[in-house]
Design a protein around this ligand. Structure first.
Ligand SMILES: NC(=O)c1ccc[n+]([C@@H]2O[C@H](COP(=O)([O-])OP(=O)(O)OC[C@H]3O[C@@H](n4cnc5c(N)ncnc54)[C@H](OP(=O)(O)O)[C@@H]3O)[C@@H](O)[C@H]2O)c1
Length: 239
């Protein structure tokens, strides 16, 4: 699939991984529908640095923890040729102890809203070529000791990716995912987690943002790949 002139909806695209994906797709000639929740100022500043600027790329805002917001977001986006479900929430929790409200919020942001976007994407009946990449986490490869609602919601989205790939392949809609290892420390844990984790990885280093973006672009471009979950994790899934 060619990326040039395609409408690409990237959720959580204002900062961090999402911003890198936005830069990579814009450089490849896409027209961005850049979603944010709180980071509107950052999203607008980012768009102004991209080729074509605000005349070519749009910023959209929605809180995906609120049921119904994903559908509103999609209808505001208009046509979408490529959907990148990147937004996510992560709170350290364990299934045994976490309050139900936290489990529900993990699922709303990391599963139900992305699923609503996937369904809205598939409901564009005039779309005869399309690609989706869901950002997951290498944690889906094993049972994390304190993965809680976060891990479980990522696994659910992994399963949905495979099921939709099978169901909607005949319409030339492809559904893939990348499962990153440590790229950036979680917000608020900037100085702790990576230092402990990186020496345990087979490659002993973090995932480069540019490698992750290249993997996402590759999955969009390659017309023969669907139902694939590509681990971009410096070998972390190997244990
Ligand atoms: N960073 C890593 O090392 C790593 C490792 C494994 C997997 N991943 C996965 O890769 C993706 C990107 O990672 P990241 O670290 O860049 O993610 P992040 O910074 O934790 O979150 C990305 C964006 O999600 C948006 N978001 C959070 N809650 C939201 C809500 N209720 N409604 C709408 N948007 C919401 C935020 O947008 P606003 O800022 O606009 O509020 C945030 O900027 C995620 O899916 C993550 O699970 C990342």
């Amino acid at each position: 699939m060619r990326i040039e002139e395609k409408f690409v909806l990237i959720t959580g695209g204002a900062r961090r991984v999402g911003a890198e994906l936005a830069r990579a797709f814009a450089a490849a000639g896409a027209r961005l529908l850049l979603h944010c929740r709180n980071s509107r100022v950052e999203a607008e500043a980012l768009v102004n640095t991209l080729p074509g600027g605000a005349a070519r790329h749009r910023v959209l805002q929605a809180d995906l923890a609120r049921p119904g917001e994903a559908l509103r977001l999609f209808s505001e986006a208009g046509r979408v040729d490529i959907l990148i479900n990147n937004a996510s929430m992560y709170r350290l929790s364990s299934l045994a102890d976490a309050p139900e409200a936290l489990d529900r919020e993990h699922f709303e942001v990391n599963f139900w809203s992305p699923l609503a976007l996937l369904k809205a994407f598939a409901a564009q009946h005039d779309l005869n070529e399309g690609a989706v990449v869901n950002l997951l986490d290498q944690e889906i490869s094993g049972i994390s000791p304190r993965g809680g609602g976060y891990s479980l919601s990522r696994r659910a989205l992994a399963e949905a990716t495979l099921e939709l790939a099978r169901e909607l392949g005949p319409r030339n809609l492809r559904f893939n995912a990348v499962a990153p290892g440590p790229v950036l420390p979680p917000v608020g844990l900037e100085h702790s987690k990576m230092k402990k984790t990186l020496p345990t990885l087979p490659l002993r280093r973090k995932v480069e943002l540019s490698d992750l973006a290249e993997a996402v672009l590759f999955l969009c471009r390659n017309d023969s790949i669907t139902g694939e979950i590509l681990r971009v994790d410096c070998g972390q899934h190997l244990g």
